[in-house]
Write a protein that binds this ligand. Structure first.
Ligand code: URP
Ligand code: ZN
Ligand code: ZN
Ligand code: ZN
Length: 474
C-alpha cells in the first residue's frame, strides 16, 4: 500500500541536525530531502508546518506476550505495537525466550510466530539465554551470522528460574565477542537477593514495599562490576539493561573512561519516580514492583546527568505490563497474584506509549538534555548499538521512512483510560494524570501513515521482522 508522500515544511531533527526541509518518501524509504521539493498532483502531501519531524523511536527493551513463571504480560504484539506507535516508536526489540532444554533458534522461531500476526511496527529480538552448552553457543553464533539476531540477554538475578552463573555468562560473552554479538545483562546479585527475600517472608513481611527493600542498590552495583570484569576478560562488549543504581552507574563510568566497551540504558520510571513511593504496606504499590526497584533521588539526578554526558547511551522502556485488576482484558495471574507474598508479584511496569513524550517533556523542555540528544537517546543510539542503523534511527536518504511528526506546542494529560488515549492493554499508567507538553500527531512506518492524530491506521501483521547487523560496534 506504499504511496509516494511528501512531508512539507517540517523541522527535521536528528541526533546531529536541526533544520527545515521537505522529505520525499518512495517505496517506504526516504528518497530525497530538500528545500521546496516539487512534486506532481499524484503525490500525497502531509503538511508539517509547526511540527518537528523525528526518526521513529527505537525501543530496544520490551516484553510483549512474554511469560515469566505463571504470568504473561498483558500486551500482546497487536496491542503493544499499537501503543508503541501512538507514542512515536516504530521499531521494538523484544525477547525470544530459551526455555530449559530448548535452543536459541527454537526460541527465535517461536517468537517470530507470535509477532508475525500481531505486530504493526517493525521488530527484532534478543534471545534470553537461560542455559549454555556447546550446542547453545553454536546456535547463538548462527543467530548472529545468519538470522539477524545479534544480542542476548542473561540474568544475574532470579535464582532458580532464569538466573545463570558467571561461567555461563563468560562463555557466552567470549563467543559473541568473537562473532559480532553482545550480551545484555540484568545485573543484580541473585543469590543474596534470594536470601533477603526468604528472610523477609519468614518475618511475615509480605507487602510490595519489601520487593524494594530486598533488592538494595549495592547489589546492582556489585553485579554490574562483576559483569564488566567478565566482559573485559572475555574481550566482548557488554550492555546493562534497566540501570537504576548510582553504584552501578559509577562502575559503568569507570569502565567507559578506561576504554572498555560498556554500554547501558535506563528507563523512564527510574528518571521520574523514586523510592519514596514505597511508603506503606498498601498493595497498590504493586504497580511499582519492577526489577530493579525505584531508587533514591540522588540516583535519579545522576541518571539524568549520565544521559547528558553519554555515560548512559539510551532510554528504553522495559515495558513489562501486568494489570492491577485480575481478569482485566482476560488476563490472569497479574499483580494480584502476589497479594499475600510480594515475591509472587510479577515484576515490571508499562511504558511503551509514554517514553518519547515523557523524555521530551521532562528532559528537553526542562533543559536537562538537548533536542538532538533526545533523538539520539530514543532512536539513533539504540539503532546503532543493536545493528539497525542506518536503516532505522535516523532521517537520511535511503533510510526507512519511519517518522514521527511531533507537536511541541500541544499539551496533554497522560492516563491509562483507554478512551482518553491509552492504546495498550494495561489498566494503569505510572504517569497517570501527568500534564506534559508535546504530542505525537502523525506516525509513519516505512512510509505508511499508521497514526493520524487519534486515528489508528496501522494493521496487525504489517510489521516486519528486521534482521540486525552486528551489535555493540558503536
Ligand atoms: O521488572 C522487570 N524489569 N521485569 C521484566 C524482566 C526484566 O528483568 O527485564
Ligand atoms: Zn531485566
Ligand atoms: Zn525487561
Ligand atoms: Zn477517562
Amino acid at each position: 500500500m506504499s504511496t509516494t508522500t511528501l512531508i512539507r515544511h517540517g523541522r527535521i531533527v536528528t541526533a546531529v541536525d536541526d533544520y527545515h526541509a521537505d522529505l520525499l518518501i518512495e517505496d517506504g524509504r526516504i528518497a530525497a530531502i530538500g528545500r521546496q521539493l516539487n512534486v506532481g498532483p499524484e503525490v500525497r502531501v502531509i503538511d508539517a508546518t509547526g511540527l518537528m519531524v523525528f526518526p521513529g523511536g527505537v525501543d530496544c527493551h520490551t516484553h510483549l506476550e512474554n511469560t515469566f513463571g505463571d504470568s504473561t504480560t498483558c500486551d500482546d504484539f497487536e496491542s503493544g505495537t499499537r501503543a508503541a506507535a501512538f507514542g512515536g516508536t516504530t521499531t521494538i526489540i523484544d525477547f525470544a525466550f530459551q526455555n530449559q532444554g530448548t535452543s536459541p533458534m527454537d526460541a527465535i522461531t517461536r517468537a517470530q510466530a507470535k509477532a508475525e500476526a500481531g505486530a504493526s511496527i517493525d521488530y527484532g529480538f534478543h534471545v534470553i539465554v537461560t542455559h549454555v552448552d556447546d550446542a547453545v553457543l553454536g546456535d547463538m553464533r548462527h543467530a548472529i551470522r545468519h538470522e539477524g539476531v545479534s544480542s542476548f540477554k542473561m540474568f544475574m538475578a532470579y535464582l532458580g528460574t532464569v538466573m545463570v552463573d558467571d561461567a555461563a555468562i563468560f562463555r557466552a560473552m567470549r563467543m559473541v565477542g568473537e562473532h559480532g554479538g553482545m550480551i545484555a545483562l540484568h545485573a543484580e546479585n541473585g543469590t543474596v537477593i534470594d536470601l533477603l527475600i526468604r528472610e523477609a517472608l519468614a518475618q511475615g513481611h509480605t507487602s510490595p514495599r519489601y520487593h524494594a527493600l530486598t533488592r538494595p542498590s549495592i547489589l546492582e552495583g556489585e553485579a554490574t562490576h562483576r559483569g564488566i570484569k567478565l566482559a573485559e576478560l572475555a574481550q566482548a562488549p557488554v550492555y546493562f539493561v534497566h540501570l537504576s543504581a548510582k553504584e552501578a552507574l559509577a562502575h559503568v563510568i569507570e569502565a567507559r573512561d578506561s576504554g572498555i566497551p560498556v554500554f547501558a540504558e535506563t528507563c523512564p520510571h527510574y528518571l521520574f519516580f523514586d523510592e519514596s513511593v514505597y511508603d506503606s504496606d498498601d498493595f497498590s504499590l504493586a504497580k511499582y514492583v519492577m526489577s530493579p526497584p525505584l531508587r533514591s533521588r540522588e540516583a535519579q539526578d545522576a541518571l539524568w546527568t549520565a544521559l547528558k554526558t553519554d555515560d548512559l547511551q539510551l532510554v528504553s522502556t522495559d515495558h513489562c505490563p501486568f494489570c492491577m485488576k485480575e481478569g482485566h482484558m482476560g488476563r490472569v495471574r497479574q499483580k494480584m497474584y502476589g497479594q499475600d507474598d510480594f515475591s509472587k508479584i510479577p515484576n515490571g511496569a508499562p511504558g511503551i506509549e509514554t517514553r518519547m513524550t515523557v523524555i521530551y517533556d521532562g528532559g528537553v523542555r526542562t533543559g536537562r538534555i538537548s533536542l538532538n540528544r533526545f533523538v539520539e537517546l530514543t532512536a539513533t543510539a539504540p539503532a546503532k548499538l543493536f545493528g539497525l542503523f542506518p536503516r532505522k534511527g535516523t532521517i537520511a536518504v535511503g533510510s526507512d521512512a519511519d517518522l514521527v511528526l511531533f507537536d511541541p506546542q500541544a499539551e496533554q494529560v497522560l492516563t491509562a483510560h483507554t478512551h482518553d488515549g491509552n492504546h495498550g492493554n494495561c489498566d494503569y499508567s505510572l504517569f497517570e494524570g501527568r500534564h506534559v507538553h508535546g504530542k505525537v500527531r502523525k506516525v509513519l512506518s516505512r512510509g505508511d501513515l499508521i497514526v493520524d492524530e487519534k486515528a489508528w491506521l496501522g494493521t496487525p501483521g504489517r510489521g516486519q521482522f528486521v534482521r540486525r547487523g552486528e551489535a555493540g560496534g558503536f
